[in-house]
Design a protein around this ligand. Structure first.
Ligand code: ATP
Length: 235
C-alpha cells in the first residue's frame, strides 16, 4: 500500500535521512522505532511533503507522491497526525472535527453523520462535542487530533508519538482503539517512543538509526530481542 524507497532528506546541509526504505501492507500496523534523532519524524514528514529537500520514491496506492501537493495525498486516502497535534484551541471539539471534513475529498457532505461515526470510538469526545478544545486534557486533545484525521475515512494513517505526555490509562484506551481501527480496515504507520507498547500492538517493525533502517522484523520477534532494543532504542 505504501512503499518508501531510498528516501533522503536534509535540513539545510544536514543529511538526516540517508536512504530509508520500508513497506506498509494493507491492513497492517507497522511501527517505526529508534532513538531520539534517528529520523522517525522526518520520515513521516517527508512522506507528507513537509520537508523541503527530499529525494527518493514514495509510492502510495500505486502512485508516486513524494512531490505531489498535500491535497493529492488526502484524495488518495493518506492522513497524518503530527506529534504537536495542531488542534485549534479556541474552537469546540465539533468545530475541530469539521476542519477534518473541509480537507476531505467529500467536503462537508453528511456532516452530522460523519461526526457521529468518527466519535463513536471516542466516548470521551462524544461527551464533549461542545467543549472548547483548549479545555481538554492532553490525552483528549490527542484523541481529537486522531478523530479529526479519521473523519475523512483515510486508508492509511500515520501517527507520530501518540502516547507522548499522556497518562497511562488513556494510552491503553488509545492503543485499544488503534487495534479496532486496524480491525475495521485502517492501515497504520506508527512512530512511537514507547517501544514495548508499540511492539505489543504492531504487526511488523522497522528500526531506524542515524537515518537508515538497520533492522526490520515481525514485531513479536523484536519484542523478544532485548539486544536490538538495547542497542538501537534506548534513549
Ligand atoms: P525524536 O524521537 O526525538 O522525535 P526522531 O527519530 O523522530 O526523534 P527526527 O525528529 O526525525 O528524529 O530528527 C532527525 C534529525 O534531524 C535529528 O538529528 C534532529 O536534530 C534533526 N532535525 C529535526 N528537525 C530539524 C529541523 N527543523 N532543523 C534542523 N534539524 C532538524
Amino acid at each position: 500500500m505504501l512503499r518508501i524507497e531510498d528516501l533522503h532528506a536534509w535540513y539545510g546541509p544536514s543529511h538526516v535521512l540517508q536512504g530509508v526504505s520500508l513497506e506498509v501492507n494493507r491492513g497492517e500496523i507497522v511501527c517505526l522505532i529508534g532513538r531520539n534523532g534517528a529520523g522517525k519524524t522526518t520520515t513521516l514528514k517527508s512522506v507528507m511533503g513537509l520537508i523541503e529537500k527530499r529525494r527518493g520514491r514514495v509510492v502510495f496506492e500505486g502512485q508516486e507522491i513524494l512531490h505531489r501537493p498535500a491535497h493529492a495525498r488526502f484524495a488518495l486516502g493518506l492522513a497524518y497526525v503530527p506529534e504537536e497535534r495542531r488542534i485549534v484551541p479556541g474552537l469546540s471539539v465539533r468545530d475541530n472535527l469539521r476542519l477534518g471534513l473541509v480537507a476531505s475529498p467529500e467536503g462537508r457532505r453528511h456532516e452530522a453523520e460523519r461526526i457521529e461515526r468518527a466519535t463513536a470510538a471516542f466516548p470521551r469526545l462524544k461527551e464533549r462535542l461542545d467543549q472548547v478544545a483548549v479545555t481538554l486534557s492532553g490525552g483528549e486533545q490527542q484523541m481529537l487530533a486522531i478523530a479529526r484525521a479519521m473523519i475523512s475515512g483515510p486508508k492509511l494513517v500515520m501517527l507520530d508519538e501518540p502516547s507522548e505526555g499522556i497518562m497511562p490509562v488513556l494510552v491503553d484506551e488509545m492503543f485499544e482503539m488503534f487495534r479496532r481501527m486496524r480491525d475495521e480496515g485502517t492501515t497504520i504507520l506508527l512512530v512511537e517512543q514507547n517501544v514495548e507498547l508499540a511492539l505489543g500492538l504492531a504487526d511488523r517493525a522497522y528500526v531506524l538509526d542515524q537515518g537508515v533502517v538497520v533492522h526490520h522484523a515481525p514485531a513479536a520477534e523484536l519484542l523478544a530481542d532485548e539486544a536490538i532494543q538495547e542497542r538501537y532504542c534506548s534513549v
